[in-house]
Write a protein that binds this ligand. Sequence first.
Ligand code: AMP
Ligand code: MG
Length: 342
Amino acid sequence: MKRIFCICVCLALLLCACSLQPGGRENKKYTATFLTLFDTVTTVVGYAESEAAFEESAQGVYERLSEYHKLFDIYNEYEDTVSLKYVNDHAGAAPVTVSREIILLLQDLKEIYRITGGQVNAAMGSVLSLWHEARTYSLSHPDQPRVPAPDALQSAYLHTDFDKVIIDEAASTVYFADPLIRLDVGAVAKGWATEKVALASPAGLLISVGGNVRATGPRDDEGSAWIIGIQDPDNANAHLHTVYLTTGSLVTSGDYQRAYSVNGALYHHIIDPDTLYPAALWRSVTVLCPDSGIADALSTALFVMSYEDGQRLLSQFGAEAVWMDLAGNLVYSPGFKAHIRT
Ligand code: AMP
Ligand code: MG
């Protein structure tokens, strides 16, 4: 089988990267890095007796994630896969037959739309694409950065009603009752896919898809927890906290991700449906809960909500969170601090 990733055994780290298993076996720490999935960096970390054993697990993660990457891609079409780009381009004219995974993702997104009162709206692609285009242009033309025109945002917003995305589970089709609707599943797809892949992967792996972290179990037979850093929005090399994770997920939404500036003002990628501009309540929100898809949905949702509304939503899922406000203060859900490594 072709090797599509690099496995690094860091010799300098071997001393602290070994774990002694019952019976005297010594496992080494391995890391695989993939650069081609979900427009971000994916890493898989695990302790294994041999490189070959780890490579098999990491290869499985890569192959499963690649399938989801293609299915949920809104920018590219594939010969062997009906991606969401194809759906966006054709579902306004007639129902498009899609895979079961797209049906399941869209059903979950519709539910998230409902429980967040429309604050997380994957049918907002027409608005989000204007921001995507402005960001892409601005990053490649730093001397002419721009934001979308307000009237273009308002016109696009007229075509964001998720109830007009008709999901027919029995026929396995998607149809847009409003032909100008476009889907953008970026708020949830990475975590949703990571969760499905984690459930199909061996225990004892740490899978990180662009910081969307999911542990499939403790890192050794002793039940040791993984230690995960929460990035400081002001310093890519510093952490707000490090937390323990054995099984479950930690996901962050932040204003430092996919951001650009115009005349000194920062424009990031999480859009408040009430203003159609980047949400301006928080610098970052990190959610801790067992399911990575739910953690991803909640982190985006909380980013556009008040603390009180966010806390109410968290409670429905038994999830925990830490928010950083615009002044740099941290606020916590009641149970979050118990997970912090002191
Ligand atoms: P995340 O980093 O998980 O918070 O997701 C951010 C991504 O979700 C953005 O890059 C957009 O693709 C998409 N997005 C931004 N704002 C919203 C929103 N209010 N509802 C749904 N999707 C959004
Ligand atoms: Mg999210």
